[in-house]
Design a protein around this ligand. Structure first.
Ligand SMILES: [Zn+2]
Length: 272
């Protein structure tokens, strides 16, 4: 699933490519991919200018003159601007621009959604308004307060209401950097550990953006290219391989149903 660095990479590409362009039409090929709030509808979009493309957490927000178009890629959503090779299957919608550009949305599993609402109402319709702060907006005070919880730190990192944008890949990488076992309860982290974890989160997300995101299967960056972050990962999906720090083997366990990769020596299990 695309996480913050992947969605931000797409946003940056689209921001350079299609901002200030006007929409010709939105063609919907699978109706289930679009959620509308009346009176906003697909036919309203003709001649609308794309004023900007923002991101919050894992959501993309196309700010049009009179409407919001919010896109969440979920599991397998992909965005292609003017693909060089024709896309043959799993296309759910196509945004045609007046300059001839075509923005394709492809989604094999069909979990992704496009939310269409009047201007400033897209956040509520899409659930974007429920998101916690971005990792760079968080104060240490807020962070320590949110960690006062019986839930495991792994699940707290994945909770989009606590901190937005982190998924399984970057959660595992951040916990490894901060030397914290994924099953550690939030309330058992020292203030030093909490501070180090916040730094680690920002570090892995920055790295992810620098390398254009992580591409295991589905993610592409808008121009059809894959990212390179998968080559920089230290523990995610490395179970059975040697820890880059201590040379023990990386293990995989389930934490709250989510697979978690960690080093049993560098990330000691909390004693209790
Ligand atoms: Zn280790």
């Amino acid at each position: 699933m695309p996480e913050l660095p992947e969605v931000e990479t797409i946003r940056r590409y689209l921001n350079l490519s299609i901002v200030n362009e006007r929409i010709q039409k939105l063609e919907v090929l699978w109706a289930g991919s679009v959620v509308k709030a009346e009176p906003a509808d697909v036919y309203n979009l003709k001649n609308q200018k794309i004023n900007s493309i923002a991101r919050k957490g894992k959501y993309l927000l196309f700010q049009l003159e009179d409407f919001d178009m919010v896109v969440h890629l979920r599991m397998t959503g992909q965005i292609y601007l003017n693909p060089q090779n024709p896309l043959e299957d799993h296309i759910r919608w196509v945004l045609y621009l007046q300059n001839g550009d075509k923005l394709y949305y492809r989604d094999v599993r069909k979990f992704g959604r496009l939310f269409l609402a009047l201007k400033s109402q897209g956040a509520r319709l899409s659930g974007l308004d429920k998101l916690g702060p971005e990792p760079w907006e968080i104060t240490l005070e807020y962070w320590q307060d949110k960690l006062k919880s019986n839930r495991s730190i792994k699940l707290l990192l994945l909770d989009q209401r606590v901190i937005s944008g982190i998924g399984n890949i970057y959660a595992d990488e951040a916990l490894f950097l901060a030397k914290i076992h994924p099953e550690t309860k939030g309330k058992d982290l020292s203030s030093k550990q909490a501070a180090e974890l916040l730094v680690a989160v920002r570090t892995v997300l920055d790295l992810g953006m620098r390398f254009g995101g992580t591409s295991f299967r589905d993610y592409v960056s808008g121009d059809g290219k894959k990212g390179n972050m998968q080559e920089k990962l230290l523990v995610y999906q490395k179970d059975g391989q040697l820890c880059p720090r201590c040379t023990k083997h990386i293990e995989k366990i389930k934490v709250g149903g989510r697979s978690s990769h960690f080093c049993p020596i560098c990330q000691l299990k909390p004693r209790r």
